[in-house]
Structure formats: C-alpha cells, structure tokens
Write a protein that binds this ligand. Structure first.
Ligand SMILES: [Zn+2]
Length: 501
C-alpha cells in the first residue's frame, strides 16, 4: 500500500531584511509537524522558500546601488542558511525569482483564472502600503498609519488588472464556515468569517511595470503590467510541485494538508488564495495553521527599540535544540509570546537538562557501571509501561491537533514520572539485595527512555538522534517504539550535547 501523503508549507518571507526570530518560530513549528508525520510513517513533503518579487526589493536595491537580482540572491541565502542552522527538514526550497521553477506555473495560474472570466482591467485609485505590498483602506489605518508598518500609505491612481473576488463570497463563506478549509485556531476562523460577511471586493492583481521598475513576473500577454506579488507568491505552493510544467509531484501532493502562516497574512491565505484556486479549478488546501507573533521584552521587535532578536546569534549562543525547545515550549502555538534569554536559560536548564537529559544520563550510566554497559534481559514492568503508553497516546492526539506546547508538556511530565520511578525503585540498593528487581527497574527505565527519546525527536532532532544512537536504535519511526533496547549501549554522547547553558 502507498504511504499516506502529507504536504506542509511555511509562508515564504520577503527577503528585504535578515530573517527574524518570528520566522524561525514558523520554520520550527512546521518542522515539528513534518517530522512528527514522518514518524507516523507518512510520505511528507515539506516546502519553504522566499518571496522575492516585491517592489520593496527593487527599491532597496536601488538605494544601495545594486541590481534587484543581486540583492535577492544575497538575502535569500540567509534564509537558506537559517533552515540549515535550525536543522529544518524541508524537502524543497522555492525562490519566486526562479523563472524555470516558479514563473511558468504562476503564469499558468493567471491564465486559468483569466480563461474563467475572473480577471479584468480597471482604473483604480487607492492607498498603498509598500510595507504590506497591498492596497489598504482608511478602515485599516490607525492614526492615518498602517498598523503593521507604522507608515503612512501612498495615494496611487493607476490602471490594473482585477480579480473577481466578489464572485466567490458565498462559496468562501460556506468553505470556511463548514471547515472545508479548517482554520486553526477557532478565533482566526471567526475573524475571517466576519471579514467575508462585510462583503468581499474585487482586488487588484497587477502593477504597472514602470512603477515596479520592471521587477517581477510580467502579466501573460501584457508586458506593461507585472503580476501582483501576492498573486505570484501564493502560487509558490503549487509551482514548487511542478504545477504547469511537470505535474507528477503536483498530482501526488496537492492539495496541501496544512499551510503554516503568521496571523498578519491570514486574509491572503484564507480568502484570496482559495478564491484563486476555485477560479482555476484546483483543489483547496485542507488546513491553515495560524501562529502569533514573537515579542521581545513584551514589545514588538523594532530596530529603534533595539530589542530585535537574531536567530543566528541565539543558535550560536545556546545551541539549536535548545532554541527549538524553547520556542516550542514557551511561545503559545496560536498566540503571541514573549522571547527572553533569561527564560530560555531557565527552560533549558530546569526542563530539558534537569528532566530529560538527566534521566537519560542516570539510566545509561547505571547500566554502564553496574551491568558493563549491557542492557539486562528482563521483563518490562507492565503497570509502568501501560501508564506510560496512555500518556504517549495523549501526546500523539495532541500533536495531531497541532497542540504542540501541550504535547511537549506531556513529554516533560513523562520525564518527571520516569525520574520519580527510578528514584523510588532505588536500583542502587536493589542491586545489592534483589538483583532481579534491579534488572526489571533498569530494563523498564531504558525502554521507556527510548520511547521518550523517539517522542522528543520532532522537537530536538539532533539530540534525540544521538540519544537513540547510544541505545542502538536505528529506526526513527513507529517501528522504533516496538523494538527493544538490547545489548551494549554507550552513554556519553548525549549528555555532553545537552549540557548546562
Ligand atoms: Zn503596511
């Protein structure tokens, strides 16, 4: 039987600045979901990439006297580097300036919408926020400024192509209301529903080539216009699969099982994107996972406040698994959360090191010292295993509902429980007077530590891999849970890795 497919994406960030910690969070959340689904044995395709056709890239390049291409090449590399440094398991990385991989499919999507009668030309005047790369309305502004970018929008009059979004109003309402595209969390779903109920207006999907300084994808059949960066960017989710070109992967993986995005771009994903797909006659994504923002010292990060957190610096200073663990544990999955180095150090020390890493160390060194590093052959304590397995099943359900923080809490509680079990069973005493009991305690502990390490794998993959390697477990997947730890183990590697910060 073919493996069940699972297609997951991050949003693709603009490359006009270095990647920030908020995007690091998105990468890590997506990676955990991807790795967890691989653990379950699914055929996962995980996509990330960069959005490079924005007008602000052309403007930023002009300012520093380089070509837009030079600017995006240099900046996109930082995002590629970040995926590597964070140990992200993406299967692909799409860049929207890639004429071969992206432009052909993006143009095809345009043509399909055009053929369906949903694209027309119209003269338009409106307020434009260059930070958002979008027209905004007076309603969206706070004190005359875009609340996202704290900038005054420009007034623009021009002739553009428009997309007949109004035509899809009722259909979109039905889709969102009835979870045909499920939006997580519920609060974001309600936000989208009330937005649709206010009425959907057609939106502009092209910009004059002149204003874009020729940067971006030309509209098929009209070189004087460039495809609006959002229309083009959203298409990445299908172009990366070869849509419009070689559709083997597209047929296999589309529709997306989940798009992971930040709360600032939900309208584009829950309204524009589904409408474009409906128009083109393509299937809709199944879920949209909307995370909040990372604040620093309780405030939005900004250069002026000097509170910007650089993910590269944090990895360098504390280690990749430590940063991953902290982001996933501290920042609520669907809400804003605050980042501080103080709480990172605390979380890592008091939880990851004191609970999990310490447990691993206690059990393995005991085997080393008292059993010559050979796991005793004994039966596992069934009572203990049953309780453990029930909790492990709870972890699996929580992960399937994308409740990542809660799932991680379950694993931390299990680490606590196992530490307590070890403590109460007192193997250092039973080794002297009841060797059979001692063997049982140790065998039980090592089996459950192995299962715990497998469950931790999506969160702290390189540490978990090292731990499992110490125990001689090669199968990182459901098979690994069924296989027992046998023979000789080694203990030193993991503890060194997850030492105190
Ligand atoms: Zn803005």
């Amino acid at each position: 039987m073919d493996k069940q497919k699972f297609y997951i994406t991050t949003a693709i960030p603009y490359v006009n600045a270095a990647p920030h910690i908020g995007f690091a969070l998105e990468l890590v959340q997506t990676d955990v979901i991807a790795r967890f689904n691989r653990l379950l044995g699914k055929d996962v395709f995980f996509l990330t990439g960069t959005d490079e056709n924005a007008q602000k890239n052309a403007l930023a390049a002009e300012k520093i006297g380089v070509t837009p291409k030079e600017l995006v090449d240099k900046n996109a590399q930082m995002f590629i580097d970040l995926t590597k440094k964070l140990n992200i398991s993406n299967d692909d990385f799409i860049r929207t300036t890639d004429k071969e991989r992206h432009w052909i499919g993006a143009k095809k999507l345009w043509e399909l919408c055009y053929q369906n009668g949903d694209i027309y030309k119209k003269k338009y005047s409106g307020l434009y926020c260059i930070g958002c790369e979008a027209f905004v309305t007076e309603k969206d502004l706070v004190d005359g400024l875009c609340p996202e970018h704290l900038k005054k929008p420009e007034k623009i009059v021009e002739e553009n192509y428009f997309f007949k979004l109004s035509r899809y109003e009722n259909e979109l309402l039905d889709i969102i209301e009835n979870d045909k595209i499920k939006i997580l969390p519920e609060a974001r779903k309600n936000e989208i529903l009330s937005f649709i109920r206010q009425g959907l207006e057609d939106f502009s999907i092209s910009r004059p080539a002149e204003r874009m300084k020729g940067w971006g994808i030309p509209v098929p059949g009209d070189e004087t216009q460039i495809i609006y960066v959002w229309f083009d960017a959203l298409a990445n989710y299908i172009t990366a699969l070869g849509f419009g070109k070689d559709e083997k992967k597209f047929k296999k993986y589309w529709p997306a099982d989940v798009h992971v995005i930040g709360k600032g771009i939900i309208r584009f994903h829950a309204i524009y994107w589904p409408a474009m797909l409906l128009s083109a006659g393509l299937e809709l994504p199944k879920k949209i996972f909307v995370h909040g923002y990372v604040t620093s010292g309780g405030q939005k990060m900004s250069k002026t406040l000097g509170n910007v957190i650089d993910p590269f610096e944090m990895i360098e200073k504390y280690g990749v698994d430590q940063l991953r663990y902290y982001l996933l544990r501290e920042i609520p999955v669907f809400d804003d959360g605050d980042f501080s180095e103080k709480s990172l150090i605390e979380r890592v020390d008091k939880e990851l090191v004191s609970k999990y890493s310490n447990l691993f160390y206690r059990v393995t060194t005991f085997i080393e010292k008292n059993f010559d590093s050979i796991v005793p052959e004994e039966k596992v304590d069934q009572k203990e295993k049953k309780i453990f397995d029930e909790e492990l099943n709870r972890y699996i359900s929580l992960m399937q509902e994308y409740k990542i923080n809660e799932a991680l809490s379950v694993l931390m509680n299990l680490s606590d429980r196992l530490n307590k079990y070890f403590q109460e069973e007192k193997p250092w005493e039973t080794i002297k007077n009841d060797k059979e009991k001692c063997k049982k305690t140790i065998k039980t502990s090592i089996e459950l530590v192995k299962d715990l390490s497998l469950a931790f794998y999506p969160f702290i993959p390189s540490s978990a891999e090292k731990a499992l390697k110490c125990l001689g477990v090669k199968e990182i997947g459901l098979k690994g849970f069924k296989k027992q730890v046998k023979g000789k183990i080694s203990s030193s590697m993991l503890f060194k890795f997850l030492g105190k910060v």
